[in-house]
Unconditional design. Sequence first.
Length: 156
Amino acid sequence: MPRPETGRWEIVALRWGLIVGISYWALTQLGSATRVLIIKFGDAVSAGIDPTLVIIVDNMGMFGAALTVANAVAYSGAVALLVMRMSAALPVYAAALVFDLTGWVIYSTHSLYDFWSDSSNQIEDWVANGLLLVGLIGLIILRQAGALPKRLVISR
């Protein structure tokens, strides 16, 4: 029995919904990466960055800082690839998600994290993380529906 095809408008809506959602998150992460880079290599006091965040970032080391920058770049790259309908959007997004969640674990395990004025409560953290996983599922659905090529490299 042939399986019913998903309507084209549903795929288009899913793709553009993912583009908007991931773009929002990419901009949020670019802001975080900028603050981390200012703390690590600039003058955080002059930039008006929360002193508690400065302590957290100073203590997380270069690995955590690199993860913060890497996830921002990867989310931005995933958006660009998704706009261009390239299959690499899925693995790039998956890498961004791994970088992001690993960095979040590093941030949130610091004893001062709960006192940082911009830290959200646990429910908001888990909702954001859940939505990131929904984004991953959405990209997988796009790939399975044929909206993204199944191969990263097309051989001739």
